[in-house]
Design a binder for this molecule. Structure first.
Ligand code: GLU
Length: 478
């Protein structure tokens, strides 16, 4: 139906890759979020696909953000800020938008009403639209309307399915969504409309308006919906839907970018981990699937674990520092905290470690750490121990013998390997049960029943601190 040459209503140069610098871009895509709520993960996924499509076209691709704020009652500046903040956090790069400007502004729909009114006047004058019961409607013939969708192939819908004539404005001063979208996409020379499948029926209406106004038709691609694990539309009920809530949980932007890019698109091979550049190279609309894409927190966590393990020391510490700051806790021993984080890597996928906040889970790293565990947890298999005096006594005796022998180890030998060799030898030599020694030792050193092994922990905190904690544990059993 269209080619790029027909999409030039204005003799304006197109704005290309660099913000504020005019180059030509023959592929122009956009997202048009409504600032009526925080950035939804579904909108973020649509934004990622648009961004990748534009990036895939290099200097010929431009990605545009247009804020659809025509619903003045529900639109709020703080939601617009939240949307832009989320998209920036993901590392998306738009060449035109409300924050960076561009030649096709305004990038807020409410500021473009003048153009929408002109289009309404044109439709009324040509008889394609009329006023009815205080609203302006587009006249619609009974017919099939078809368009080619890059994801779904040829889509055909009969105009009866939405009842024929439809409202395009409340009055000449209040154009509504359908006409506003069509006018703005035309004026901004949008070549490809890539948006959620929930807009499939709107597209038919948009095509009818385009035809009545004599506008060219952009290419369309409707993305599959995001579903929860019960295959229901992803909603607040099924879990967190605000993108920045994932940032606040400790999900890394590269993890959620990679994860969302694979929700509804696949590279056609087994690859799972991609940089943004690799995604842009591999991305094509042809590989977008029709069926709904399931958002799985388990898979996102696994991806985050992977990306956490790839972080440099500095980035890992900065990642933790965001959480510490929010929790209002100063990091006084950054090096020890870093070693601790690295020792614990693989045990956490976010700022929540098995139900406890990261700073609590990592609290054992501090040299002034004090026991906050219940003495009962020191005895191995506490379920049957029931804290009988005998068991308490034998645990205490083990700790006391152990302290005497640990005292003799040189501080240089506080490496995980050397400590493991020492402790395993010690258990054999003294004919103790492994759990009877290793369990209380771990709890004595970290206060936790789930933590890295005592060898790793002892090597992080060093000899004197290890002895101090053994003593505290010993004394708590009295
Ligand atoms: N404002 C619409 C939404 O937030 C997007 C419309 C479009 O992409 O054309 O769903």
């Amino acid at each position: 139906m269209n080619n790029d040459a027909t999409l030039s209503p204005h003799p304006l140069p197109l704005l290309g890759k660099e913000r504020g610098k005019i180059t030509s871009a023959s592929v122009r895509v956009r997202i048009a979020p409504s600032p009526t709520g925080n950035l939804h993960v579904g909108t973020a996924r649509t934004a990622i696909f648009n961004d990748l499509f534009a990036r895939h076209h290099g200097n010929n691709g431009a990605f545009i953000i247009r804020i659809e704020d025509t619903d003045t009652e529900r639109s709020k500046p703080e939601f617009e800020e939240n949307i832009l903040e989320g998209l920036r956090w993901l590392g998306l790069n738009w060449q035109e938008g409300p924050d960076v400007g561009g030649l096709y502004g305004s990038y807020r729909q409410s500021e473009r009403v003048g153009e929408h009114k002109q289009a309404l006047e044109q439709l009324l004058a040509s008889g394609a639209a009329y006023e009815d019961d205080g609203a302006i409607k587009l006249k619609v013939e009974e017919k099939n309307v078809s368009f080619d969708d890059a994801v779904r192939g040829t889509v055909t819908v009969h105009t009866d399915s939405f009842g024929g004539d439809f409202v395009i404005a409340r009055n000449i001063d209040s154009p509504l969504f359908h006409i506003a979208v069509v006018c703005d996409d035309f004026a901004m020379q949008i070549t490809h409309v890539i948006r959620g499948e929930d807009h499939l029926h709107n597209t038919i209406k948009h095509i009818l308006i385009q035809e009545a106004l004599g506008y060219p038709r952009p290419h369309y691609a409707h993305l599959p919906l995001l579903l929860d694990e019960q295959r229901k539309k992803l909603s607040k009920r099924s879990g967190e839907t605000s993108l920045l809530a994932y940032r606040d949980m400790g999900i890394l932007p590269q993890a959620i970018l990679n994860y969302l890019a694979l929700l509804g698109w696949n590279p056609g091979d087994e690859r799972e981990y991609f940089t943004q550049e690799e995604l842009a190279q591999a991305f094509s609309l042809e590989r977008v699937q029709k069926g709904g894409a399931i958002f799985s927190n388990v898979k996102l966590s696994a991806m985050n674990k992977h990306y956490l393990s790839q972080l440099s020391n500095e980035d890992l510490l900065s990642w933790a520092a965001i959480h510490y700051e929010k929790a209002g806790i100063a990091i006084s021993e950054p090096e020890r905290l870093l070693t601790t984080l690295k020792t614990e890597l693989g045990r956490f996928a976010s700022y929540d470690v098995g139900g406890i906040p990261l700073h609590e889970a990592m609290s054992w790293h501090a040299s002034d750490w004090k026991s906050d565990y219940a003495a009962v947890s020191l005895t191995f298999k506490k379920a049957y121990s029931e804290q009988t005096p005998e068991i308490k006594k034998s645990t205490q005796a083990i700790l006391s013998e152990l302290m005497q022998d640990v005292q003799e180890i040189s501080g240089d030998l506080f490496t995980p390997e050397a400590l493991q060799e020492f402790l395993m030898g010690w258990i054999d030599k003294n004919q103790k049960g492994r759990g009877d020694v290793l369990w209380p030792l771990r709890v004595a050193l970290t206060g936790r029943e789930h933590s890295p092994g005592p060898f790793e922990v002892a090597s992080v905190i060093g000899k004197s601190d290890t002895l101090r904690r053994l003593q505290l544990a010993h004394d708590s059993l009295v």
